[in-house]
Ligand binder design. Sequence first.
Ligand code: GLN
Length: 212
Amino acid sequence: TPHVGVLALQGDVREHLAALQAQGAEATTVRRPEELEAVDGLVLPGGESTTIAKLADRFGLLDPLRKAVANGLPVYGSCAGMILLADRLLDAPPDQETIGGLDVTVRRNAFGRQVDSFEADLSLEGLDGGPVHAVFIRAPWVEEAGEAVQVLGRVVGGPADGRIVAVRQGNLVATSFHPELTGDRRVHALFVDVVRAHLAGEAGADAGNEEV
Ligand code: GLN
């Protein structure tokens, strides 16, 4: 059974734990470096990325998280979690730290003040069974993605038409939206598959995190 942690400093931790358990993973909270060492994969939840980054720093987790990513730990970030995985940020405080690892530039609160939250149906690469109902809450988007980044999904239509909102690079997966808030477990299923493949030591599964 894959053991997947959820970084539990702030944000919608419980929803991710439930979604992971529904996929057959053993899911536990991670607040300390020892807890991080025990997991086969990690979810960075939605919430407030500035707060999560500050708490991670204070709890002595920032460097262990960076090392874990560099060592190939599968990590899935949703919304604030996407921001935390980004190598570069726009519209963030100049001192905002990230874990990094994803070769992307992410714009915080990208959809604008007028549209705090919205929902849209998106087709995601690699997910069978039709579009995903995506819930965006003061969401970021990926403004630019490097060569090694696979774009899994974009907004279709409206003012944000074409914006990248789901990506994968090696064992790192990120979405602007919150699949943990809907009953649709396919994004978590995809991530638990990444964790299972990593555990099984599949060729390719371990390849990507460091390449830029
Ligand atoms: N706007 C938040 C941030 O910048 C993200 C919002 C969310 O996770 N729902 O961290």
